[in-house]
Write a protein that binds this ligand. Structure first.
Ligand code: GLP
Length: 223
């Protein structure tokens, strides 16, 4: 695991944006795994600012979001449009988010897994970190082999995310671990305990982010 500690949130956002843009320059057809939440907002702002100056930045890029709430709210789709998709030249047909409004959610989860595979698998995936160590919506106790599925949200997560939703669709930990490269972003005092637990090296399903120790190409950027 490659650890990078930076001075503040602006530096974290800058480092993350540079990593994302460098990956697109290396491979304009890259498949990205993308997070929502407060942490990646600064990264997206910098990516957008840079991409208005670059020709065809996201034209051939494919993205898969990590998760979405179940129900009509489509909160993460709205978030992604507002923070990224509306401002870049991505083909929305290549910007994938689980459909929490699907009539059969299990079919939707299986479809999502197939779509990732059909795109050639995740190349570079960015993750946020829950205070309890969750990644995407994989709460403590999630098997590391888990795939995309419907989960019930913990009370803590619902409060932290200020959402009325009770369930979500999330990529599994197994799905995420298949990404060729992973960048975990964590900023602020409320992530410090989780970061220290991750740094301890203890690998346990009680702490989902610790699954990242099983992966050979993980960068952790901490502010
Ligand atoms: C949510 C998301 C996660 C995210 C986490 C941390 O639960 N489903 O993908 O990483 O919150 O969010 P934040 O960055 O707002 O602290």
């Amino acid at each position: 695991m490659n650890w990078q500690t930076v001075a503040d949130y602006a530096a974290l956002s800058q480092r993350a944006a540079e990593t994302l843009l460098a990956a697109i320059r290396r491979d304009p057809r890259i498949v990205l795994g993308l997070p929502t939440g407060r942490t990646p907002v600064g990264m997206y702002q910098r990516v957008v600012a840079e991409c208005v100056r670059e020709y065809h930045c996201f034209r051939d890029v494919t993205t898969f979001n990590l998760d979405e709430y179940v129900g009509p709210s489509r909160e993460y789709f709205t978030f992604m449009k507002r923070n990224l998709f509306d401002h870049i030249d991505i083909d929305l047909a290549n910007a994938h988010i689980p459909d929490g409004t699907a009539p059969d959610l299990d079919v939707e989860c299986a479809r999502y897994e197939r779509a990732i595979a059909a795109a050639g698998g995740l190349g570079l995936t960015f993750l946020g970190l829950g205070g309890n160590g969750h990644i995407a919506f994989n709460e403590p106790g999630t098997p590391f082999a888990s795939r995309t599925r419907v989960v019930e949200l913990s009370e803590d997560t619902r409060v932290a995310n200020a959402t009325p939703s009770t369930h979500a669709i999330t990529m599994g930990i197994g799905t995420i671990l298949e990404s060729r490269e992973i960048v975990l972003l964590a900023a602020g005092a409320n992530k410090r305990a989780a970061i220290e637990r991750l740094r301890s090296g203890e690998v346990s399903e009680a702490f989902p982010a610790s699954a990242l120790w099983w992966h050979q190409n993980v960068h952790v950027i901490v502010a």
